[in-house]
Design a protein. Sequence first.
Length: 279
Amino acid sequence: MKLHLFNIANFKVDGGAMFGVVPKTLWSRVYPADENNLIVLTLNSLIVETDGHVILVDTGWGDKQDERFFRHVHLHGGEGLLEGLKKKGYKPEDITDVVLTHLHADHCGGCVRNNFEGTGFELVFPEAVYHVSRTQWEWAAKNNLREEDAFLEENFLPVAESSRLNLVDEEGELFKGFSLRFCYGHTPGLMIPVINNNGKTLVYTGDLIPTAAHLPLIWNMSYDIESLKTIEEKRSLLSEALENNYILVFQHDEKTECCTLEMTPKGIRAKEKFPFAGI
C-alpha cells in the first residue's frame, strides 16, 4: 500500500461558524482568526494505492463557479488538485476510484469541470468510479434550505449521468485495507475512511473532526445538521481510536496533519502531532 496526502488549496471561513457554541475567547487560543474573524482551513486530499486501485479521497472546490462565488471562500495557496496529484506521480487517468466523504462543495467540486467547448461538463477523472454513500446522495439530490449553498448540482449530477457512480450502502471494507465508516451528524451519510497499513490504523476524520482543535466533544461546527449526533459519533470514534492507538489525519487543519491521542483530565486530546510524511 502507498499513501500520500497533499493540500489542494487553503480557504477561509468564519471562525464562529467553525466552532459553533464555543466562545471565541476559547477557540481563538488554539485556532487564531484574522481581523475579520476568518480562519484558514486546508483541503488535504488523501491518495491510497492498494490492490490495483488508486483511490483519491475528496477533490476540493473545483473551478466551475464564477469569481463572485469564490470571492467568499478566499482561495489561496495549496498545490492544486491536478498539480498536487502530478507531484505525487499520478495523472487524472491513473485514478481508478474517487471516494467522496460527502457532497458539500469543498469536498466534491473537483470531480467535474467545464468541458473545452464550454457547452457542458465532463469528469476530471474519466477512468474512475465515484463512490458516495447512498444516504448522502439521496439527501443531497433532494437538497434542503440549510445546505442548499453547499449542495451544487453541477458538482455531482454529471457523475450520475456518466454512469460511473457507485452508491455505498454499508459500512466496511471497500478495498483491501480501506474501509468506510458512516456518520450522520454533520450531514447524513458522511463517510469516514479508515486505512489499515503495516500494523497502523489511520482515520481520515473529514468533517466529523475537521481540525485538531475540534477534538473536544462539544467543539463542533455550526454547519452540522444534528449536533448531538456529531457529539456521540466523535465520542465513539475517539474512544476507539484511543484504545487502539489510531492515527487521526485531519482534512482541514492548517497546522496539524496528524496526531495520536491520550486521555487527559479534560478528556481525549492530541498526544503527538506530526506531518503525514512521518507515518
